[in-house]
Write a protein that binds this ligand. Structure first.
Ligand code: GTP
Ligand code: MG
Length: 369
């Protein structure tokens, strides 16, 4: 792989590019000003000028500013919750109920659109943000990309069924991520529901619920009738209180991409979760290998927003491409800076995909021989 041009290398070393070219010529290498150099060439040339070169991985190479916040600038923020569990145990129904109950209470008439993340107001007047990930695969994929977005996991288990393989997996993933768990014993309205059997099965895998002297909060709920759901949310909020979640709203926003798509009329539509700071219409943002200016922001009811503070999910218009779920998004000071970093990342991605292609080709030849 080539990394930087002779020109860039010379400015990093604070010498003229002509000097670099001359040194190269002396060593029998003919390089032009804008020629990109590979690791070996860079090391050799830098050595001639008395420099040691350190090659960092893609993430480390990213010189994205991350300001440490002062304790006094931090303010409480809403918890970000992911619902996980076995297939058909009622994850979608539970989230649908929570969301529709909150829409009915507040902004009636809004058409709920799927945007992958929602925030709701509980009866007690506290905000909770939900990530609508289609199962723990998405949770794991985001984690693998280095995105830490979830504060609390609700593990749904159907009370008329059992602790299933995916229930265990979801619990394992949440525990591996160090995310507190609240158990929702769903479908309690069903005649065949037997929540004690599920509690028993949970205890076998070391998830002992509070009622039985353990440390895990659990709540019997029905995503169909709504029974117990307010209590479930209060238990989530209790968990959130223990975590003392805080963020600084008075800084440039940093967040994570939840999903992105291309809309015929509106261009690239990106759902992001602001994690710290406040995002504003007009902000210049860098999101993975893409950048842009925030043209408009809406919440999941399609309501226009001018600002989005910490733990707020928001749909953003104005990016020049669709970043991947789990990509970081952050507000930059200048468009030039955002474009440069985006271009750098695109270049890196291209190089990586070229490497992969080359690898595949060699492998295929090997098999054919
Ligand atoms: P996947 O996304 O496929 O993994 O399923 P899910 O976990 O999202 O389950 P979903 O919400 O789609 O519910 C599965 C089925 O159970 C649907 O037919 C729901 O109507 C039903 N269901 C969910 N919750 C309840 C409940 O509390 N009571 C009853 N009676 N049925 C429920
Ligand atoms: Mg579902």
């Amino acid at each position: 792989t080539e990394f930087i041009s002779a020109n860039d290398l010379s400015s990093l070393m604070d010498v003229s590019v002509n000097e670099v070219i001359k040194v190269c010529l002396n060593m029998g290498m003919f390089v032009s000003i804008n020629q990109r150099l590979d690791a070996e060439a860079i090391t050799v040339i830098a050595d001639e000028f008395g420099y040691d070169v350190e090659f960092l991985s893609a993430e480390e190479e990213d010189t994205v500013i991350e300001v440490e916040d002062n304790e006094e600038d931090l303010q409480p923020r809403a918890p970000i919750v992911t619902i996980m569990g076995h297939v058909d145990h009622g994850k979608t129904s539970l989230l649908d109920y929570i969301r529709s109950a909150s829409v009915a209470k507040g902004e009636a008439g809004g058409i709920t659109q799927h945007i992958g993340a929602y925030d709701v107001m509980t009866k007690s007047g506290k905000r909770v943000t939900f990530l609508d990930t289609p199962g723990h695969e998405a949770f794991t994929a985001m984690r693998a990309r280095g995105a830490k977005v979830t504060d609390i996991a609700i593990i749904v288990v159907a009370a008329d069924d059992s602790v299933m393989p995916q229930t265990k997996e979801a619990i394992n993933h949440a525990q591996a991520a160090g995310v507190p768990i609240v158990i929702a014993l769903n479908k309690i309205d069903k005649p065949g529901a037997n929540p004690d059997k599920v509690r028993e099965e949970l205890s076998v895998i070391n998830v002992l619920v509070e009622e039985w002297g353990g440390k895990y909060q659990s709540q019997e709920v029905s995503a169909k009738t709504g029974l117990g759901i307010d209590d479930l949310l209060e238990k989530v909020l209790l968990e959130a209180e223990i975590l003392e979640l805080k963020a600084n709203p008075d800084r440039n926003a940093i967040g994570t991409v939840i999903e992105a798509s291309l809309d015929k009329g509106r261009g690239y539509v990106t759902t992001i979760l602001v994690q710290t700071g406040t995002m504003r219409v007009g902000d210049i943002v860098l999101a993975g290998p893409h950048f842009g200016r925030v043209k408009a922001m809406t919440d999941h009811r399609g309501k226009k927003m001018k600002t989005a503070g910490p733990a707020t999910p928001v749909q953003v218009l104005g990016l020049t491409g669709a970043p991947q779920a789990g990509d970081k998004i952050q507000v930059m000071e200048t468009e030039r800076e955002a474009r440069e970093l985006a271009t750098q990342r695109q270049q890196l991605a291209r190089e990586q995909s070229m490497r992969t292609k080359k690898h595949i080709t060699l492998d295929e030849i090997g098999r054919r021989l």
